[in-house]
Design a protein around this ligand. Structure first.
Ligand code: SF4
Ligand code: SF4
Length: 388
């Protein structure tokens, strides 16, 4: 177990030189990931690639220099959440002329595949060898892009490493509500019924069964709040209008209004079926968040800071976060005793929390650059096209 002196030392700012040295592998990884961007003749792409490399490296440097993880990660995550729709909507409109996908295009499978429907595909695929999504499995170019197989492979690789950390380092939707939750200084709505935590599981179960019964991606067609900022079914009749009305209402309530009132990621914590599904993989990831019971007072500051209500008094007493923990680091940063710690499964709790933090952050930031970095750069390119 780390001594009190070691815990306090881990909270003192590192020297700039040591922080730079620790950032070097990340800076090199960023440059490697963006090599292709510099071969493009397009000046906007070159600038966007350079800005993204510098941005991601500075954030990592700050995570090394300070003991704080959450606020620097949030900088990346909010940028990802805001720039994804800009790049995506621009591409959709350039190729199709509208954000609304006509039914013929959908039937022809010319629709891009995001990771949210993955849990809804598994049962129909296992029982009936059917993929209940109108996209292409292999790369086809155009709107269907790299195909489902590529997205599933990316999801699997990232999930094996970070588990539900996907929801803090890879999801290109969660940043909008995290940004909204950061706006108010204090929460206006503090008392939230803990039973809302079961919301994502209920939505997941309902959507898996509906997708199986209807042979269609029920969540994408009826409940995804992010259709409001990506693409939606072209509203040619009453059904289409109702679908789009639901998307907009859910987006406004769960992604904008409730995060402003609660300071929580309400869509992620109380609704997202993909998030519930990802929770299962927290059991397979080697990285986790633990509470060192010998050091915990328990003041519950960690519980209050958690944006997804993944800590309870009972879980703190047991020394762990709930399986819905998305490894954002807010609780660890908030703990005044150094009792909330990063942990590598199979090692002694709090034996060397800073080493566990470093190992997790290298893995998570490599993922963030590889997957989210290109999305950030794409959004920046779209903006730069206007000026360059
Ligand atoms: S338990 Fe800690 S790391 Fe996990 S989601 Fe809550 S604040 Fe983030
Ligand atoms: S903030 Fe730290 S000391 Fe307080 S309850 Fe959480 S782990 Fe324990």
């Amino acid at each position: 177990m780390a001594t009190k002196a070691q815990v306090l030392k881990a909270r003192e700012p590192r020297s700039a030189g040591k922080s730079l040295l620790l950032t070097l592998p990340i800076a090199l990884w960023s440059m490697l990931m963006f090599t292709g961007w510099f071969r493009q003749p397009n000046r906007s792409q070159q600038i966007a690639g350079s800005v993204t490399i510098v941005f991601m490296s500075i954030l990592f440097f700050m995570m090394m220099r300070t003991w704080s993880t959450y606020r620097w990660r949030r900088g990346f995550f909010v940028a990802l959440g805001l720039l994804f729709p800009i790049g995506f909507i621009h591409n959709v409109i350039a190729m199709r002329g509208t954000m609304g996908i006509p039914i013929e295009e959908m039937i022809a499978g010319r629709t891009p595949f995001c990771y949210l429907p993955i849990p809804m595909l598994i049962l129909p695929a296992a029982l009936y060898k059917t993929v209940v999504f109108p996209g292409s499995i292999l790369p086809r170019g155009g709107m269907s892009g790299g195909g489902m197989a590529a997205m599933v492979a990316i999801w699997l690789a990232i999930t094996i490493v970070v588990g539900k950390g996907w929801c803090s380092y890879a999801c290109f939707f969660g940043g909008i509500e995290e940004g909204m939750a950061a706006v108010p200084k204090t929460a206006k709505l503090r008392k939230i019924d803990p039973r809302w935590r079961y919301g994502p599981w209920a939505v997941l179960l309902a959507m898996v069964l509906l997708s199986l019964a209807l042979f269609e991606p029920a969540y994408c067609l009826w409940l995804c709040p992010f259709k409001a900022v990506s693409e939606y079914v072209a509203a040619r009749n009453t059904v289409g209008l109702v679908q789009n009305g639901i998307f907009i209402a859910l987006f406004a309530a769960l992604v904008i209004v409730l995060p402003l009132f609660t300071k929580k990621r309400t869509q992620c914590a109380f609704f997202c079926p993909f998030g519930a599904f990802q929770s299962l993989f927290n059991k397979t990831s080697v990285f986790e968040v633990k509470i060192d019971k010998t050091r915990c007072t328990p003041c519950v500051l960690c519980q209050k800071s958690c944006p997804t209500m993944a800590l309870t008094e009972e879980s703190i007493a047991k020394g762990e976060a709930l399986m819905s923990c998305m490894k954002c680091g807010a609780c660890i940063d908030a703990c005044p005793k150094g009792a909330a710690v990063w942990h590598i499964r199979g090692t002694e709790v709090a034996a060397n929390p800073e080493r566990a933090r470093l190992m997790f952050l290298y893995a998570a930031w490599a993922v963030a650059i590889m997957f989210g970095g290109s999305i950030i750069a794409q959004g920046l390119t779209t903006i730069l096209h206007v000026f360059v």
